[in-house]
Design a protein around this ligand. Structure first.
Ligand code: ZN
Length: 421
């Protein structure tokens, strides 16, 4: 009895140890892929190449093979790069990139000091003044848009038109932002510069703005998906995916680490690769895909579904993991309502093992790399964690802030679920 008890304790503690090893491995991966040398998992400075090599090295270390000869699937992208000079000075003081302002990534280059014309509630309320004001030539001026306090929807829409389309043909547009500053990469380039400035930096009238922003349109840049494969007893395949690109950098020094989005997913899939390769018997083959080009518009996953390594009909089930670094409020399962039988099984496994506090269901959504698989007939889930962690596409989404609250439980849940097929 006593001996059994000791064995049980030993078993439990060794189980705990392997789990914490998983978390330690995840942290190493997250710290690595978020490091400065990859410039926010950008294409700038060719950062995606050594990053893809790092993932391949990890696959090799975990004894995961390529499907045929290569781990890489090349494809090309167009994007607008902002990795050069990046200076914004208002009334003589320099703003902090990422913290005080975000440049819209479609922006063109601009350099010089320009007078500022403010369009805000006061101007809108004075229609005579407004009509006079917009008659002028803005080509060497900056328009500052502040919609605070404007109630009429058509006015807000008009300001939106001035902002997004540069309807008044200004040199640049500055928008005062009350919400969080969020950066998105762009596949297109426009012929003006749009800068969102945090309201915190807008204390006094802005008379002049000095800008030095360099942008460059990059055509046909070759990037790559990274794909690993474990052969099972049948060629029917379980597919686990995460995108490894992020939104890159804004200027040379400011980069977006993307700890939750999607270093957490890379870490989850590499951990799963490790667990599956250590499993003695594989009923199904397992493929691990790390997509590039997700942030630019699901480009890597779209390319894969148009050029699959084997017919998509051979995929038993796909799980895409994107932003899985929290979980204190559980997880959300996109496509849960569509593949209800699988969703119910996932919930059952979760409840039996007390893994996550909640498994929430959601319908179809074109919001990550599962999408093109789903529309091409592949049964798939996209899982992301829910929680109090809210850093998204900003400079604060970094490893030291990421809680990884339910990382190990989610890892177990997915592993058990995959083994239930
Ligand atoms: Zn993402």
């Amino acid at each position: 009895m006593k001996a059994n008890f000791i064995i049980l304790i030993l078993l439990l503690s060794s189980f705990k140890q392997t789990i914490s090893q998983n978390l330690a491995y995840a942290k190493t991966i997250i710290n690595t892929v978020c490091s400065e040398k990859y410039h926010g998992r950008s294409y700038d400075f060719g950062s995606d190449k050594p990053l893809a090599e790092y993932i391949v090295e990890e696959l090799k270390a975990n004894k995961v093979k390529p499907y045929k000869k290569s781990y890489y699937q090349d494809f090309s992208i167009n994007y607008n790069s902002l990795s050069g000079n990046n200076l914004v000075k208002i009334n003589g003081s320099t703003l902090k990139p990422g913290e005080d302002y975000i440049i819209s990534s479609f922006s063109s280059s601009v350099s010089g000091k320009y007078p500022v014309i403010t369009l805000d509630k006061k101007i809108i309320d004075d229609s005579v003044r407004y009509r006079e004001l917009i008659k002028q030539d803005f080509s060497e001026k900056i328009i500052l848009i502040d919609t605070a306090g404007i109630k009429r929807k058509d006015f807000i829409q008009a300001y939106e038109l001035i902002t997004i389309q540069n309807y008044l043909k200004a040199k640049a547009i500055i928008r005062i932002e009350d919400k969080n500053l969020i950066f998105y990469p762009s596949q297109i380039a426009k012929e003006f510069t749009l800068i969102s400035i945090s309201r915190n930096c807008y204390k006094e009238t802005i008379n002049s703005v000095e800008l030095d922003i360099q942008s460059r349109y990059i055509k046909s840049y070759q990037t790559q998906n990274v794909i690993g494969y474990l052969k099972g007893e049948t060629d029917t395949c379980l597919v686990l995916t995460a995108h490894y690109d992020h939104i890159g950098c804004m200027g040379y020094d400011t980069y977006f680490p993307g700890a939750n989005d999607n270093a957490s997913g890379i870490a989850m899939v590499l951990n799963l690769a490790k667990m599956f390769s250590e499993q003695k018997k594989l009923k199904y083959s397992v493929m691990f895909i790390f997509f590039s080009g997700e942030e630019l518009g699901l480009l890597g996953s779209k390319y894969y579904t148009e050029n699959p390594l084997f017919p998509l009909s051979k995929i038993k089930f796909m799980i895409n993991l994107d932003m899985v670094g929290s979980g204190d409020q559980g997880i959300k399962v996109v496509n849960g309502t569509i593949f209800k039988k699988e969703f119910d099984r996932l919930t059952k496994i979760n409840n039996e093992n007390n893994y996550l506090p909640d498994v929430k269901i959601r319908g179809a959504a074109a919001n990550s790399d599962h999408y093109f698989f789903y529309v091409n007939g592949v049964k798939s889930f996209f899982i992301y964690t829910l929680g109090t962690y809210k850093e998204y596409h900003n400079i604060y989404d970094k490893p030291e802030n990421l809680p990884l609250t339910e990382f190990e439980d989610l890892l177990r849940l997915i592993f058990d679920f995959e083994n239930s097929f």
